[in-house]
Ligand binder design. Structure first.
Ligand code: ZN
Length: 214
């Protein structure tokens, strides 16, 4: 069951996979104020009364309002990550932005696309290069929810992307910060790296995805 609520990015109620008598509630709020308003409203509502005696997992995926352009773009990349998980792919989303406009976007799709190279970043870079009619994207910024892997770092270098902004680190396969040595081949092109933008939410997408698969 899902429903939208003002101030709420999503609201989802589902039977607990372990105990169907229990409900699991997931909500994400646009701001702490929206969350506080929801809490006081729910306490006195029919919904609050109905669920008061249920043992339930109540997980709040709080999300502050965007405080920077990077957060605004990352929130859009997160929507793409959700598109990936909707089709059973690992939730990673990416955007290429040039002069304040999206010129490429993609989500992770190697399984559905039967394409081992169809990571979110590669999909977004291909679209951006086509849009520019140029295999190089000087001045472009790549936003991606999770630290890029070695293959994607290679593509970023080849595309001459100026800046890479990512959310959460990928301790196993991340090739920018987690395993920077493997990224040393980028000697012929340097780019700015920004990490940790909406990292909690980006990381939560991954852990939620994998927790439902266990
Ligand atoms: Zn990759």
């Amino acid at each position: 069951m899902t429903r939208a609520e003002a101030g709420c990015l999503f609201f989802e109620v589902a039977p607990d996979p372990v105990d169907p008598e229990c409900f699991s509630v997931r909500e994400a709020f646009l701001s702490p104020d929206a969350f506080a308003a929801h809490q006081s409203r729910a306490a006195n509502s029919a919904w609050g009364a109905l669920t008061r005696d249920f043992q339930r997992q109540y997980e709040v995926l709080g999300m502050d309002e965007a405080v920077s352009d990077d957060e605004t773009w990352m929130a859009k990349a997160l929507a793409l990550a959700d598109a990936a998980s909707a089709v059973g792919e690992v939730p990673v989303g990416a955007l290429v932005v040039l002069d304040g406009e999206i010129i490429g976007q993609g989500f992770n799709q190697p399984i559905t696309g039967c394409d081992p190279t169809a990571h979110a970043e590669i999909v977004a870079l291909r679209q951006a290069a086509l849009a520019q009619s140029n295999y190089r994207l000087p001045g472009a910024v790549l936003y991606v929810t999770i630290e890029p892997c070695l293959m994607c770092v290679g593509a970023i270098v080849h595309a001459r992307v100026a800046r890479v902004v990512f959310g959460a680190r990928e301790p196993k396969a991340g090739a920018l910060i987690s395993h920077p040595k493997v990224g040393d081949h980028s000697i012929n092109h340097r780019f700015e790296i920004v990490e940790g933008v909406l990292s909690d939410v980006c990381g939560q997408r991954m852990s939620l995805f994998f927790s439902t698969r266990r």
